[in-house]
Design a protein around this ligand. Structure first.
Ligand code: HEM
Length: 542
């Protein structure tokens, strides 16, 4: 913004037709905007021609300026110092020693601290962002973190509330997920170079590991919207891995490139009106046609994330007897006909497109069978670890968002002549949030490292119990943090939008995490049953 004004110039625009205000030494023309200003016209007119920085920061958060700057800023004060030139890049240090993480091809540093990154509010980011050493993250992770954060902060975060209210995310954002190589990096496996020309700018495919994948989900979750995250990766992250891992090559070659590019969308259809966490009781039926070339599918699926947007449905069907040994997984294509989808009205994750799906005599070629007939239970179970870890990553970051927003608000809001942060009762709330967040996050890092060090079948067996326990831990941590943040924000988190927008939204999103992917009750019970079973195989002395 090259135009400069003196404070006197701005003062002349406070009386007549024009209404200009100064915020942080930048000049904004709000003459046209004032009629639609949610805080009212009068309040702007009272500060017209003046420096309104103090009043502005009392009522808004950073997102507002990011969103409206382009539209309303007309220049800066002539007294404003030019922004300092970005520092010259430091001479490159020798790359930290790395050791291979068997059996993955990735590299992991031996614990050298990275340069500090972000706002350095204690516990608002993982400790490796804040100058503390970590055995898991190296310079490629740091580069990816900046790449995603920059994209999210400029192109996503300022609009998230608007999109959530509209219950959708513009298509170009999903398309960018493909073009930036992010979709290809979200499969819980190697980077699929053979099926996509797209690459992640800051990480070579051969270096891609599960910690990079974790970062993608983590940084997207800083938007504080389960709806946004699920719109972008909710269906894909659980619907695509079974296709890649168990689909037949011709099917994968035919449809995967379009999905990875962000042109086509896929979701996972397992849950039914009458069967959720008890997957073995699914009823949606697939009967083989007389010529043996097709399955004919009939049935209903409920609470299917992204179903309204999806071209492909990775679907659990009953092809055999009752129970887990009669289940198969089919890739159902919408264009086959007989597939109808209806958006469901839900408490939270509004822009994720939660859907009721009906299959009526849908003809599915036998080539679309994923895995083997009647052995679909294994496909579904293998998928659960990846799905649950995704949920955990989101819950931990959402908890951090609740904490970070509360910490910032507690530094500006005053009650009884003291800032909230100066009240011990508020510090106590923040401390309880931080201790739960860090405990959950550190367990998560450990689990990701374990996943990276095992093949998937071993991980399913050995880590299934711990991941189930961690999922319950993360949703309870999220629920706690959303509640405490809401108490700190008071009325601002009870009404939608404004400074408490993220907290109000996340509070509504909590159940979308605590129930699907295995409810807390089932997760906690499973964590004990599975761990005891596995450890008795290891020779547990009990
Ligand atoms: C560039 C200038 C401004 C823009 C673009 C702007 C924009 C907005 C927006 C979008 C909201 C809705 C709530 C939110 O999303 O945070 C809002 C609310 C509000 N604004 Fe502004 N505003 C500006 C300047 C000001 C100034 C200078 C004042 C005070 C003198 C002010 C006072 C308020 C108040 C009191 C609310 C209602 C807050 C609430 O509901 O708690 N605004 N503004």
């Amino acid at each position: 913004m090259s135009k400069t004004f003196s404070a006197e110039d701005v003062a002349t625009q406070g009386k007549g037709a024009n209404t200009w205000v100064i915020i942080d030494e930048d000049v904004y023309d709000v003459s046209k905007f004032q009629d639609e200003h949610p805080g009212g016209k009068k309040i702007l007119q009272r500060v017209a021609g003046k420096d309104a920085s103090k009043q502005f920061w009392k009522y808004h958060n950073e997102g507002i300026l990011k969103k409206y700057k382009g539209q309303l800023q007309i220049g800066s004060l002539n007294t404003k110092k030019a922004a300092p030139e970005p520092p010259a890049p430091a001479p490159k240090k020798a790359a930290p020693a790395v050791k291979p993480a068997a059996p993955s091809s990735s590299t992991i540093t031996k614990g050298e601290p990275q340069d500090p990154y972000g706002e350095l509010i204690p516990f608002a980011d993982p400790s490796w962002y804040q100058g503390y050493a970590s055995p898991y993250f190296n310079e490629t992770h740091a580069a990816l973190r900046s790449e995603i954060r920059q994209w999210v902060e400029t192109e996503i975060e300022p609009y998230v509330t608007e999109w959530d209210e509209a219950k959708n995310v513009p298509e170009h954002i999903y398309k960018q997920m493909g073009e930036r190589g992010y979709l290809a990096g979200m499969l819980g496996t190697h980077y699929p170079v053979d099926h996509t020309p797209h690459r992640v700018q800051s990480v070579a495919p051969e270096n891609w590991d599960l910690f990079h994948e974790m970062l993608l989900t983590d940084e997207l979750s800083r938007t504080g919207s389960g709806g946004l995250v699920w719109n972008l990766i909710g269906g894909y992250g659980i619907g695509c891995p079974p296709l890649v891992k168990f689909g037949k090559k011709p099917l994968v070659d035919r449809i995967l490139p379009g999905i990875l590019a962000g042109d086509k969308r896929i979701c996972l259809a397992i849950t039914e009106p009458d069967a959720g966490s008890d997957v073995a009781n699914l009823g949606c039926e697939a009967k083989l046609s007389e010529d043996g070339k097709h399955y004919i599918v009939n049935g209903e699926k409920k609470w299917i994330t992204n179903g309204v947007f999806a071209d492909y449905f990775t679907t659990a069907v009953r092809t055999g007897k009752d129970g887990m040994n009669g289940l198969s997984v089919l890739l159902i294509e919408r264009e086959a006909g007989g597939v109808s989808t209806r958006r469901m009205d839900c408490q939270g994750v509004w822009s994720s497109g939660t859907t009721y799906v009906t299959f009526e005599d849908v003809k599915v070629p036998v080539e679309n069978l994923i895995g083997k007939e009647n052995q679909g239970f294994k496909v579904i179970m293998t998928n659960f670890n990846h799905e649950r870890i995704g949920i955990v990553i989101q819950c931990v970051r959402f908890s951090r968002v609740c904490y970070e927003e509360s910490m910032k608000y507690a530094h500006k809001r005053k009650t009884f002549n003291k800032r909230l942060i100066d009240h011990p009762v508020i510090r106590m709330k923040l401390a309880h949030m931080a201790r739960q967040i860090e405990a959950t996050y550190n367990w998560l890092e450990n689990i990701i490292y374990q996943c990276q060090s095992m093949d998937e079948t071993e991980a399913m067996l050995k880590l299934g119990g711990a991941i189930a326990g961690l999922k319950a831990q993360s949703t309870q941590c999220f629920e706690f943090c959303a509640r405490e943040a809401s108490q700190i924000f008071g009325g601002l988190s009870y009404s939608r939008g404004g400074q408490g927008a993220k907290i109000e939204r996340l509070y509504r999103d909590v159940r979308a995490y605590a129930i699907p992917g295995g409810s807390e009750e089932i997760m906690l019970d499973l964590s004990m049953r599975q761990s005891l079973r596995v450890h008795s195989m290891f020779g547990m002395k009990l």
